[in-house]
Design a protein around this ligand. Structure first.
Ligand code: FAD
Length: 385
C-alpha cells in the first residue's frame, strides 16, 4: 500500500505479496488499536512478541529445519515495511529477526542454531545486539567489555547502553574482547541467555526523544560466567569480521523502515490537506502546498526506486557496503526532511501529540544515528572515491 505510483518491484513475488497482506491485516487488528496505550505507558507488552511469532512474523528467513519459514530478505522487508506504514515504529522485531537471528544463522554452530533459532521464531526468545557502550559507539574496536577465559569458558564483564529490546531481551549477542591486546582481531560475539543468569543486570529503560514504547536500555555484566558453547561460532576473534559482513543487511533494514515512514507521512499529509480549510479553500489548493508535496512525492519516488534496487541486489548477494551506506544515509536524511515539511502543512495540529505526524517527527530522528551514524556512512562511501 503506497501513496507512490511505482510499479510493484520484481522482488515482490506472489508469496511475498501474500505475506504483506497477512502482515497488514494482523498489525491493523492486533497492534494498531494498542499503540496509544503502549506509548502512554512507555512500553509495549511482552505478548506482542509471542503474537508476532504465532502469526509467522518473526524471523521469516530462518530455515524450516530450525522452525522458520525458510523465506528470504524479501519476506523480512515486507514485514518491516508494514510495521512502518502502520506506525509501530518502536517494535524491535526488525532487529530481532533481521539482525540477531542472522548472526546465529550465519555464524553459529549447528548446535547453537538448534538451541536458539526455533525459540526466536516463536518469540519465546527475544534477541538483542549489545555493541554500544557509554564510552564508545561508532568506534567499535574501542569496546571495553571483556570475555576472559576461565577454565574452558568465559567470564564477562562490562556495560552496554542504548540497547534495543533491552528490557524484554533474553538472548543477547554481546560484542566483547576475548583478546584486549589484539584490536579488531581480539573481538568476539558471545551470547548471553539472560533468564536467571547471575551476573547479568538490566539497567534503566532510557528516556528518549522518541520511540516512546521501545525498551532501549542499559545492560550490565558483572563476572557473568558463560560456558564455551556460548561463543558464537567455534573460533575466538571473529566478532569484528562477523559484524562487518552483516552490516549491509542491517543498514537495509533501517532503509526499509525509513522509506515506509516517509511514505506514511506523505499519505497522512495528503489526507489532511484535502480536508483542512483556510481562506475559504482546502489547504491542498494553495500552490505552495502542491509544490511542497510535489517535491516530497518526487524525492520519495527516487528513494523508493533506490530502496528496491538495494533489496534486489541484496537478494542476489550483490549489495556492497558502499551502496548500502549510500541508501542508509540518503534515505534516512530524506525521511527527516519529508516528515518536517509534511508536519509544517498540518500547522499547529502538526505539533500536537494526537496527530501521528508529530510523533513521527520525534521517532524519525534516530534513523540518522543508529546502525552506524550517517557520518560513518559517508566515511565508508568516501573510501570508495
Ligand atoms: C534508540 C537507539 C537504539 C539503539 N539501539 C542499539 C542497539 O540495539 N545496539 C547497540 O549496540 N547500539 C544501539 N544504539 C547505539 C547507536 O548505534 C549509537 O548511538 C551510534 O552507533 C553512535 O554511537 P555513539 O552514540 O557512541 O556516538 P559517537 O560515536 O560518540 O559519535 C558522536 C558524533 O561523532 C560523529 N563521529 C564519530 N566518529 C566519527 C568519525 N570517524 N568521523 C566523523 N564523525 C564521527 C558521529 O557521527 C556523531 O555525530 C542505539 C541508539 C539509539 C539512540
Amino acid at each position: 500500500m503506497s501513496v507512490l505510483d511505482v510499479p510493484r518491484p520484481g522482488w515482490m513475488t506472489e508469496d511475498v505479496i501474500l505475506l504483506e497482506e497477512q502482515a497488514r491485516r494482523f498489525i491493523a487488528a492486533e497492534y494498531v488499536p494498542q499503540l496509544e496505550r503502549w506509548n502512554e505507558c512507555g512500553m509495549y507488552d511482552r505478548e506482542v512478541w509471542t503474537k508476532a511469532g504465532a502469526a509467522g512474523l518473526l524471523c521469516p528467513t530462518v530455515p524450516e529445519d530450525y522452525g522458520g519459514a525458510g523465506g528470504s530478505f524479501a519476506h523480512e522487508a515486507v514485514i518491516g515495511r508494514e510495521l512502518g506504514l502502520a506506525g509501530f515504529d518502536s517494535f524491535g522485531a526488525p532487529l530481532h529477526s533481521g539482525i540477531v537471528a542472522p548472526y546465529i544463522l550465519h555464524y553459529g554452530t549447528a548446535e547453537q542454531k538448534r538451541r536458539w533459532l526455533p525459540r526466536m521464531v516463536t518469540g519465546e526468545l527475544i534477541g538483542a545486539i549489545a555493541m554500544s557502550e557509554p564510552g564508545t559507539g561508532s568506534d567499535l574496536q574501542a569496546v571495553r567489555t571483556t570475555a576472559k577465559k576461565a577454565g574452558n569458558g568465559y567470564v564477562l564483564n562490562g556495560q552496554k547502553t542504548f540497547i534495543t529490546n533491552g528490557q524484554h531481551a533474553n538472548l543477547i549477542v554481546v560484542v566483547a574482547k576475548t583478546d584486549p591486546g589484539a584490536g579488531g582481531k581480539g573481538i568476539s560475539l558471545i551470547v548471553v541467555e539472560a533468564d536467571g543468569a547471575s551476573g547479568f543486570r538490566r539497567g534503566r529503560k532510557l528516556k528518549k526523544l522518541g520511540l516512546d514504547s521501545a525498551d532501549t536500555s542499559e545492560l550490565f555484566f558483572e563476572d557473568l560466567r558463560l560456558p564455551p558453547e556460548n561463543l558464537l561460532g567455534s573460533e575466538e576473534g571473529q566478532g569484528f569480521a562477523q559484524l562487518m559482513n552483516d552490516l549491509p543487511r542491517e543498514r537495509l533494514i533501517v532503509v526499509v523502515h525509513a522509506q515506509a515512514m516517509l511514505e506514511r507521512a506523505l499519505a497522512l499529509t495528503l489526507d489532511y490537506v484535502k480536508q483542512r480549510d483556510a481562506f475559504g479553500k482546502k489547504v491542498i489548493e494553495f500552490q505552495n502546498t502542491q509544490f511542497v508535496l510535489a517535491e516530497c512525492k518526487s524525492e520519495a519516488t527516487v528513494a523508493r526506486v533506490f530502496h528496491d534496487f538495494c533489496i534486489d541486489r541484496y537478494l542476489n548477494g550483490a549489495l556492497d557496503t558502499v551502496t548500502a551506506s549510500m541508501a542508509k544515509y540518503w534515505i534516512t536524511d530524506l525521511q527527516g526532511r519529508i516528515i518536517d515539511r509534511c508536519l509544517q502543512l498540518f500547522g499547529g495540529y502538526g505539533y500536537m501529540e494526537e496527530y501521528p505526524i508529530s510523533r513521527m517527527y520525534r521517532d524519525a530522528r534516530v534513523t540518522r544515528i543508529y546502525a552506524g551514524t550517517n557520518e560513518i556512512m559517508k566515511l565508508l562511501i568516501a573510501r570508495s572515491l
